[in-house]
Design a binder for this molecule. Structure first.
Ligand SMILES: CC(C)(COP(=O)(O)OP(=O)(O)OC[C@H]1O[C@@H](n2cnc3c(N)ncnc32)[C@H](O)[C@@H]1OP(=O)(O)O)[C@@H](O)C(=O)NCCC(=O)NCCS
Length: 157
């Protein structure tokens, strides 16, 4: 089914700030005990710092569909690696229509457009197929207490 959507930098569409913060919090931080305020503060830094971090928002007009970010650090066990595509989230009703893939692709291209030749990403092993189809290569498995896989994606030659 045709499903139109746009991907914008959150700096250009700040009306999505609260929902982006909420979804990032729910996706990764709530269950490990962080308050929503912690994410709100970090996301505010995203809006004020340039060029990284970058928070992207997928939307159909005024309807929020999903989000992804490009951030300096994402995996405490690999502090030397940077930058990371992270905080990928698509609203449940909007899944399986290419929104997540498009968000990840846009974040990677945003990295390459800054002249950075390699982007990193970490995910649960169940998502390996999803990221491999998008051109990401797993380089390390079972990292940290959540057993995450580390992926790389290099800029086109
Ligand atoms: C993972 C996620 C971002 C994918 O978004 P999406 O818009 O559905 O992605 P696309 O439409 O581009 O691709 C869909 C494909 O991704 C894969 N996929 C998505 N979620 C998956 C999961 N939990 N396990 C395995 N494969 C998955 C499937 O191959 C799926 O294809 P299908 O719909 O034919 O089954 C979305 O499911 C989501 O927000 N999940 C909750 C948060 C999350 O896990 N984020 C990733 C953190 S690294």
């Amino acid at each position: 089914m045709l499903y139109p959507f746009t991907i914008s930098d959150l700096r250009q569409r700040p009306e999505f700030f609260d929902i982006v913060a909420d979804r990032i919090w729910r996706a990764s931080w709530k269950e490990i005990g962080y308050p929503l305020d912690y994410i709100t503060g970090r996301l505010n830094e995203n809006l004020n710092a340039e060029p990284i971090p970058i928070a992207l928002v997928a939307h159909d007009g005024a309807e929020f569909l999903g989000t992804a970010s490009l951030i300096a650090s994402d995996l405490a066990e690999r502090p030397q690696l940077t930058p990371w595509v992270a905080a990928v989230w698509v609203e449940p009703h909007a899944r399986s229509r290419g929104v997540g893939g498009a968000l990840v692709e846009r974040a990677a291209r945003g990295c390459f457009a800054l002249g950075i030749a390699r982007a990193y990403l970490c995910a649960r092993p169940v998502l390996t197929g999803f990221y491999e189809r998008l051109g990401w290569t797993p380089v390390e498995r079972d990292v940290g207490e959540h057993g995450l896989t580390v992926f790389i994606r290099d800029a086109p030659a």
